[in-house]
Design a protein around this ligand. Structure first.
Ligand code: ATP
Ligand code: MN
Length: 484
């Protein structure tokens, strides 16, 4: 097994041994008699300091050791002489794998703006901030699989290319191999997709839920964790055109079971990150404090990052019905002072300003909103019959709202009654025949079931304290941009 800097820094047993470290150079400081090279191999935020005494390495080799270059340094690992690190490498031999011309390499040791780094997204994982973010992203992804595996869920892969266009979660990207300049046409002049690769219209999936439901009604408890695509023209800090979604779907779960699972699951993965990404999160907390230093008090985060995460772990999510939330909003100061941009009344689709008021100003913790009006939710959500609302029918929907983010999870108990589901589809203009395969779940051995979708990048935003969703995915896709 090859060791990495993370191992050398953690285990004192390496002290006194001769080792070879292969890593990228973050900085080099030189004095007359000695050079200090900060080495980072990506395994940890922390650098290993290599110390090169004058004369040990030829001048012309040492000259090539500049920020961004990659080297192999061999020597004895010793207890550190200086402060700030526990061990350091006393170099006896040094090989340069790859140079990085200081005049051309953009990541010189100074502060770069996130906007600039987004333009060089192919290099930004080499910075402290982005390597920390992507290590946290990995850890959260691992925790997702671990949680579900440990709790009896099966990992299920819904198709990426779908023939279903009725899900309605968002605008879709068409998948086609037809020649855009000269597509085959039908007699009425429209494109003849019978001639296309799949002999039908196909799109990139906006959600793996419908196929996930099929699986839940066979395997009991499943989850998907895959890419989803929405051609929504929303240039926000919370939307991507390509994002990763986690969608558990469970037979025999009602809305309460669904909420319990969502809360337990989200807390588990956050706790896992807190316990396993201490250095990275502490660094990101410092970064955020630094970034917010110049902001007015009311735009700063109310708590430092780690305290915020601990607060979420220590407190129950507030469970509130949509109708109660509307009441709160109607009584709120911004409503009375006409500060909300969008009007508040029962039946509206809550805008992000409303969600943020509820979470950040009123309840001051994560909120699960349930029982939305049927009219503003998807056709597959189960109508509530026990908790009748005089304002109009509601569905057993649940959205989880997080401070600073807004909606992080959307879910519901699903309509499991065939006739009701078909009636609802017709009402909203979906041909039941076009989704016959989906309706078979309700035709044969239907069962109460529930599920939800968690946007992975929104979770990462919350855990890392970053402000823009484009900074928590390696290569963000958004309107007018698909670089790299
Ligand atoms: P929003 O109202 O924020 O656009 P939505 O109602 O469209 O969200 P759902 O269709 O319920 O969201 O999707 C489930 C989850 O997927 C959301 O709670 C969110 O975390 C995430 N999500 C949805 N759209 C996007 C997007 N464009 N980019 C990143 N994550 C998204
Ligand atoms: Mn949306």
């Amino acid at each position: 097994m090859k060791y990495q800097i993370k191992d050398y820094l953690r285990h004192h047993g390496f002290v006194g041994q001769t080792i070879t470290v292969q890593a990228w150079v973050r900085t080099k400081r030189e004095s007359k008699s000695v050079s200090f090279i900060a080495l980072n191999d990506g395994s940890t935020l922390n650098n290993l300091q290599a110390v090169v005494d004058a004369g040990v390495v030829a001048e012309d080799i040492l000259k090539l050791v500049t920020t961004g270059s990659c080297i192999a340094a061999t020597g004895e690992l010793i207890e550190s002489q200086g402060t700030g690190q526990s061990v350091e490498l006393k170099v006896t031999a040094l090989e340069v794998y790859g140079t990085a011309d200081p005049d051309a390499y953009p990541l010189q040791p100074k502060r770069h703006s996130l906007e600039f780094l987004r333009e060089i997204a192919h290099l930004r994982p080499r910075t402290n901030t982005f390597s920390a973010i992507f290590r946290v992203r990995h850890t959260l992804g691992y925790a997702v699989h671990k949680y579900f595996n440990d709790n009896g869920f099966f990992y299920w892969n819904s198709p990426i290319i779908t023939g279903s266009d009725a899900e309605g979660a968002g605008e879709m990207f068409r998948v086609t191999t037809l020649d855009p300049k000269n597509p085959p046409l039908k007699e009425d002049g429209s494109v003849d997709y019978k001639e296309d690769f799949f002999a039908r219209e196909t799109n990139l999936t906006v959600s793996g839920q419908l196929e996930g439901e099929l699986a839940a009604l066979a395997l009991g408890k499943i989850y998907t964790f895959g890419p989803t695509f929405r051609a929504e023209n929303s240039n926000t800090t919370r939307h991507l055109a390509e994002f990763w979604m986690i969608e558990p779907e469970m037979a025999f779960f009602d809305l309460i079971d669904n909420m319990d699972l969502a809360e337990d699951f989200v807390k588990y993965v956050i706790r896992y990150a807190v316990e396993n990404c201490g250095d990275d999160l502490a660094f990101l907390e410092k970064r955020l404090l630094e970034e917010e230093k110049n902001k007015p008090q009311n735009e700063r985060s109310p708590m430092p990052l780690l305290e915020k995460l601990q607060f979420v772990l220590d407190n129950d999510f507030e469970r509130v019905t949509y109708t109660q939330a509307i009441e709160v909003l109607l009584q709120s100061k911004p409503h009375k002072e006409k500060k909300f941009q969008y009007p508040v009344e029962w039946g509206i689709d809550l805008q992000s300003e409303h969600e943020r008021y509820l979470v950040e100003k009123h309840f001051k913790k994560p909120v699960i909103l349930t029982h939305y009006p049927r009219a503003i939710k998807a056709f597959y959500m189960k109508e509530e019959t026990e908790q009748v609302n005089e304002k109009g029918p509601t569905v057993r929907a649940m959205d989880v709202l997080f401070p600073g983010i807004g909606e992080i999870i959307g879910g519901s108990q699903r309509e499991d009654n065939l006739d009701k589901l078909v009636a609802r589809m017709k009402e909203v203009g979906i041909e039941p025949e076009s989704m016959d395969w989906f309706l078979d779940t309700r035709r044969f051995g239907s069962a109460p079931h529930s599920g939800f979708g968690l946007g992975f990048e929104r979770l990462i935003l919350f855990v890392t304290g970053m402000g823009n969703i484009r900074d928590v995915i390696p290569f963000p896709r958004f309107p007018k941009s698909a670089e790299f």
